[in-house]
Design a protein around this ligand. Sequence first.
Ligand code: C5P
Length: 222
Amino acid sequence: RQQTDLQGKTVMITAGPTREPLDPVRYISNHSSGKMGYAMAAAAADAGANVILVSGPVSVPPPAGVNVVNVETAQQMFDAVMQHVQATDIFIATAAVADYRAKVLENNKIKKTGDELTLTFVKNPDILKEVAALPNAPFAVGFAAESQNLAHYAKSKLENKKLAMVAANDITTSGLGFNSDHNALHVFWENGDKQLGPAPKTQLARELLSLIDEKYKNKPSN
Ligand code: C5P
């Protein structure tokens, strides 16, 4: 077990995709595997933290010693996060939350009557942004999946969402990211940055967690 300041701290992690229902049989979602979030949860548990893993539907098994809260929709993920946020010291948002949900959840199966189908979507809450905006907000870490101008978008996310750190990955690099076991991250904070990987997500999670630990303990308020 590595020596960290995470011993006894509460770390909440969101992971996986969310699933937004359209009717009783259909939903929209995305390709997030949950692997990075689950690897972060395992690393945090290994470091002695109390880990709350708020997870969308994934096929990876939960790590040992972690409290898993299973959710489906972005709204359910938001509610679960808000329920536990007061006790949280560090919040790590790895989930690929659906930005929109159907405005109307049809009670009956949508029939294929027309040649075209138009659905209206409304915005879901930005869980990470709402957490970081709370009074006494936990140390908030976000992820940014980008296909261009990675540093620029990552830094603006850091500012816009008032995050302590943002871990950005280039989704165009083949063999890395979404469904892969490997990833590479470019991590940004207020006055610095560091590249991690390419490496297996399990190793990357440990490296990112020790970087989080280092910045967390140097925060004046801790
Ligand atoms: O703005 P964007 O979706 O690119 O930001 C990604 C970061 O914000 C990730 O850390 C993701 O988990 C988090 N997020 C969230 N709730 C949303 C959308 C994104 O927590 N509705």
